[in-house]
Design a binder for this molecule. Sequence first.
Ligand code: ZN
Length: 345
Amino acid sequence: MTVKPGQKGSASVEEVPDSRTEEGALLVRGRAVGVCGTDREIADGGYGTPPSGAERLIIGHESLGEVLEAPAGSGFSPGDLVVGIVRRPDPAPCPACAAGEWDMCRTDSFGERGIVRLHGYGSERWRVEPDFAVPISSRLGHLGVLLEPASVLAKAWDHVDRISQRAFFARGRALVTGAGPIGLMACLLGVQRGYEMHVVDLAMAGPKRDLVEDLGAHYHTGDAADIDVDVDVVIECTGIGAVGRSAARRLASGGIMCLTGIMNLSPTFDLDATALNRNMVLGNMVLFGTVNAGRRHWEQAATALAAADPGWLGGLITRRVPLTSWTEALDRDPEDIKVVVDLTA
Ligand SMILES: [Zn+2]
């Protein structure tokens, strides 16, 4: 699965040389790759960087594969299911990367498999360093392809948990904006933490509502500001400023709001910064952004998926396309939640 970053419509399938052992001691047979908004943005020419010296980038950062070759002492054996971690530390490295917290990199010169500077996992065979491979239980099986999006929300919730330790805090209600794969994963992890979860989305009915209600959570349509409850936590997953602003109106004093989404839109000055200042000061509120995930979040995500209902997780995968026609995975179908490319077909 390749693209020429910066060139819209360049996504195609092509033969590439086998990856070199320097790219990782584990040789993996690719099973599946999930496609998300970042992949669509790269395919549209709006994002992405090929490796140094290359013109094209092997795309794909939501991986799942089966180990073919593993060196002794690596902790992996042939047949094991693995997911490859996305980010690698910057070469400098910055203080955060030097401390092993490369998800908090202080520079923008890190690499990300399938996104910036490093080839991704969208190929029949790929390599990964054992330290950047996460084992997937055979019970989770093909659902392991959901680990990358889950890791992003595991980090968001981990940071909410840490921020909540600053003072008295009770895990009461939480609101998620957007019921796509990220929002649904945010809802799952909130339910697992014991929050009364609320999700707001534009869709009136259909699989999104069913998936939210199957978790025992509350589904709302329309404007988040009109929801009839106040919440202790907001996890914003749409990237649309106006949606976040509406959701913030439901945040109780002492509340924590986490921004996880981004939209490729021109910024507009649509915020009253003085009102924001006043509300945040008087309400002891925290607003923070989060991206990517560190090693511990990948492990937390694996635990969270293992504890979830496999039938529910399977409901997130609404479409599968074979490798030979993978670019169809970039098309947006209103019924899609998560589209997965089958690398074995
Ligand atoms: Zn760094």
